[in-house]
Design a protein around this ligand. Structure first.
Ligand code: ATP
Ligand code: MG
Length: 858
């Protein structure tokens, strides 16, 4: 029976679709239609085999993949069916099972109930801390997050506390085993599960209760798993349990794309599948439908360097195609601008032909997104981040920014609240509540409340010591900025409040905390940009749409507070002025009026020196490094020693790089904070952005017509942590293969010859990634390697100076449209000529190039 579902499918794919009874193992390279087989198989079961949709379960790894699969199935089925199959991630499926059946695990009525809580990281930490306390372990000698990391590792390998204890090789590991045991009991007592437990408990449930297992086997008669190469042990067990007696399980994967070994994913699961299901039908697909021949050959050549693989042939009918582009940027900033420039052109040109032009910028480490984000904003290109936050919204970045805000203005209570106990330094909630109450009732800032509490010994000695250390840290940081800066606070807030001081709005308080999970999108052009920033004489008075009431009222409150508090407590005006943060922000940059927007890189360099006076004061990156170290923040992350914590460290180092860039633009600390506030502005949310930014890990399973693979440098990709370890290196290479094979039509690989490392003023030179060398040169087109452009991005030129407009000089790009040689935003700018100046300033504040007039180039 020929089904329309088999149309346009090759024989092997058809095989995969119609072999619905019994176990199927579909192993095939990237883009060969594995996921497509799953979706068509689902439709086939429903349409041709009359299987009720609710009897079908398909599991994949990420929410995005699950969503995409659902969309594909819906498209095939149209509206012919009301019921939909279950398309879930492992975790969401497990939650569903447990919410229904977890009580079957109770013994004599004891055990978790269906209303169990799911503990997040904060909850988990609290439990571990309590366990440490109970065991009398100092949380400095064993960090809670370290213990948690180990516990999670054990769970992903299905090791229980007792086994952990038996296997432990040193006293620390033994302690962790104890903590593990307490942790487990505490969660049970609290009727709670953590993320890893969701899987483990589902496995335990299905193993221990025949009744429940059989019910699920009856319910889900057809089970499919995508991205099978990345399953870990609990997931493997779950698959086996779900396969039950019917054994109708189809797993699809590609051993060359196994990239999650650090989460316990085990290639052995593929081998074991054939052992556990001896009657398995193994299918291999060899035709790639996604990519052009150039891309496929390039990717194939890279992964062929791995020794731990079976090897396979993959071919595509899409002969030829454009060569793989390679661009060698002088530095990271230029690399990002090159990408933004290319994307701009692509969107403009492809927009007319393709229904939905889409492209992706992929990078190895999260911290690399910062430069790309800033470049895209400059070009006013909407983007969307998958599986992570925009750089300035990441919690560790926000934490260190809070320190910086405190350095700028110690009376910023929000910043103080955020930084005072991160990393944990024994300043608890009660202490903070006491201080905040004190601040509120006496009209002083929390910062001053600390001083008073210390003076009058209003808190336990331990808390006071911790607070004293914290205060000293901030004061030392302020002192680093030189006497001028340290004196500024007094000067800023010591004077009387004039009317002039009232027409500002908070900048430093724009803490829109969006910590949590999920995707974040930024749409920098569809939403009207934040208003204001139109007055060249005062470019930090951003109005975020808050209404602080009439200015007279503000001055009255401020003045009243002043008199009141001054008289009663003998404290300086700043301490109780409710507007102190903004006041200091404004006054903290006294020379604003003379200086063009700090973010307008195109304008003449500032005459005003940065806060750094005569070489004696610290630079911005030095300040950040100092805070990173002295606060213990980096050390805490190092102790954690998980891939996540390393990624956080990289983000903090990248923040220092951002600060070095700011320093070179002549920005002050206040300017830098303004910049961060603007860039993280989350007003502009759009999930429809056509540009996706993500790590290579998050890109698995996806495809885009245009893909940029960035940061192709030794030490970055392959990552320095893997270079000495052959297994790790092979996994990096697989990651490279995953990245390259995301591209359908065009693949561009980029690298920076020099890259900043941790706020250095001299970027370090880098070696090209070995993966680049593994791509045969006949497949590569050199898109240029411009010399360093010292004037670029350093506030040097009088016009915005893009290196990419001068293709005739050094670019060999395919893009030879001579017509569009200027950065003009006229096509988007509705405001006409009259609004241009304001728009330029606004653009500048948002970090994009202002318009340049015709003929100003070259
Ligand atoms: P990955 O390993 O990256 O997950 P995959 O093997 O799952 O890749 P798919 O995403 O299913 O591959 O397919 C890749 C692309 O090829 C998709 O756009 C898909 O629609 C298309 N494709 C697959 N098979 C065919 C076919 N027989 N005819 C036309 N297009 C196909
Ligand atoms: Mg796939």
């Amino acid at each position: 029976m020929a089904s329309h579902l088999l149309n346009n499918m090759n024989t092997q794919q058809q095989d995969g679709i119609v072999t619905v009874d019994g176990p199927v193992l579909l192993l095939a390279g990237a883009g060969s239609g594995k996921t497509r087989v799953i979706t068509h198989r689902i439709a086939y079961l429903i349409e041709e085999r009359n299987v009720p949709a609710e009897q079908i379960l398909a599991v994949t790894f990420t929410n995005k993949a699950a969503k995409e699969m659902a969309e594909r199935v819906e498209k095939i089925l149209g509206h012919s069916t009301l019921a939909m199959p279950t398309l879930a991630t492992f975790h969401s499926f497990c939650v569903r099972v447990l919410r229904r059946d977890i009580e079957a695990l109770q013994v004599n009525g004891v055990g978790l109930t269906r209303s169990f809580a799911i503990y997040d990281e904060t909850d988990q930490q609290a439990v571990v801390k309590a366990a440490l306390k109970r065991l009398g372990i100092d949380d400095k000698s064993l960090k809670p997050r370290v213990a948690l990391g180990r516990i999670s590792w054990a769970k992903n390998h299905m090791i229980d506390p007792q086994e952990y204890f038996l296997a432990s090789a040193n006293p620390i590991e033994e302690k962790i085993a104890h903590i593990f045991e307490i942790y487990r009991k505490e969660l049970a007592k609290a009727n709670a599960l953590d993320f890893d437990d969701l899987l483990l408990e589902t496995v335990r449930l299905l193993k221990s209760s025949k009744e429940v297992r059989e019910r699920y086997n009856r319910r889900y008669r057809y089970v499919m798993i995508d991205e099978y190469q990345d399953t870990n042990r609990p997931q493997y067990e779950l698959m086996k349990l779900l396969a039950g007696d019917h054994g109708n399980v189809c797993v699809v994967g590609d051993e060359d794309q196994s990239i999650y070994s650090w989460r316990g994913a085990d290639i052995k699961n593929i081998l074991d599948f054939e052992k556990d299901f001896p009657n398995v039908r193994t299918i291999r697909l060899e035709q790639n439908y996604r990519s052009t021949q150039m891309i496929l050959e390039g990717a194939g050549a890279v992964v062929a360097q791995n020794t731990q693989r079976k090897g396979k042939n993959l071919w595509t009918a899409r002969e030829g195609g454009s060569l793989i582009g390679y661009y060698e940027a002088p530095d990271g900033e230029n690399e990002a601008l090159f990408i933004a420039d290319r994307i701009k052109k692509y969107l403009r040109e492809a927009g007319q032909q393709e229904e939905l032009p889409r492209c992706a910028v992929l990078y190895r480490t999260n911290s690399q997104s910062r430069l790309v984000e800033e470049a895209l904003r400059r070009y006013q290109i909407q983007y969307h981040m998958v599986g992570g936050f925009s750089f300035y919204d990441r919690s560790e970045v926000k934490d260190i920014l809070s320190y910086l805000k405190l350095v700028q203005n110690p009376h910023d209570s929000v910043a103080l609240g955020r930084s005072v106990n991160s990393p944990p330094r024994g300043i608890g909630k009660t202490t903070m509540e006491t201080l905040e109450r004190m601040a509120l009732t006496t009209g002083i800032s929390t910062w001053d409340a600390i001083a008073r509490a210390t003076e009058e010994k209003l808190l336990p000695a331990r808390a006071l010591t911790a607070l004293g250390n914290f205060r000293r840290l901030i004061e030392d940081a302020r002192a680093m900025l030189g006497p001028d800066f340290a004196a500024k606070l007094t000067e800023d807030v010591g004077g009387s409040v004039t009317e002039d001081d009232t027409d500002f709005n908070f900048v430093t308080d724009q803490v829109s905390d969006v910590d949590g999970g999920g995707d974040t999108s930024f749409d920098t052009s569809s939403e009207p940009a934040p208003e204001a920033v139109v007055d060249a004489s005062f470019d930090t008075s951003f109005n975020f749409g808050f209404d602080f009431g009439p200015s007279e009222e503000i001055s009255t409150i401020a003045a009243e507070n002043a008199t009141d508090s001054d008289a009663a407590h003998g404290i300086d005006v700043a301490s109780f002025n409710p507007f102190a943060p903004a006041l200091s922000t404004k006054r903290g940059a006294p020379a604003k009026a003379e200086k063009p927007s700090p973010l307008a890189q195109s304008e003449a360099p500032s005459e005003r020196p940065a806060f750094r006076t005569a070489g004696e004061a610290a630079t911005l990156p030095e300040l950040i490094k100092f805070l990173n170290d002295r606060s213990g923040y980096i050390r805490a992350l190092e102790d954690e020693a998980t891939p996540e914590s390393y990624s956080r460290i990289e983000n903090l180092k990248e923040l220092a790089n951002a600060a070095q860039d700011a320093q070179e633009r002549g920005e002050t600390l206040a300017d830098f904070l303004d910049h961060a506030a603007l860039v993280s502005d989350a007003d502009s949310y759009s999930a429809e952005a056509r540009v996706t930014l993500m790590t290579l890990h998050a890109a698995k399973g996806l495809e885009f017509p245009l893909v940029f693979l960035t940061g192709m440098e030794e030490g970055l990709f392959p990552h320095s942590r893997t270079i000495t370890d052959p297994t790790g290196l092979e996994e990096e290479r697989r990651l490279c293969y995953v990245g390259m094979t995301r591209a359908m039509d065009t693949l561009v690989m980029t690298r920076a010859r020099y890259r900043r490392r941790y706020g250095s003023d001299m970027p370090e030179s880098s070696m090209p990634s070995r993966f680049l060398e593994e791509v045969p040169s006949r497949l590569v087109e050199d898109l240029g390697s411009p010399p360093a452009q010292p004037q670029f991005g350093r506030g040097g030129g009088s016009d915005y100076d893009s290196p990419f407009e001068r293709r005739n000089r050094f670019g060999k790009g395919q893009d030879t449209d001579g017509g569009d040689r200027h950065y003009s935003y006229e096509d988007e700018d509705q405001s006409g000529q009259g609004g241009q100046r304001n728009n330029n300033l606004r653009a500048a504040a948002l970090g994009r190039p202002p318009q340049v007039g015709s003929g100003s180039m070259d």
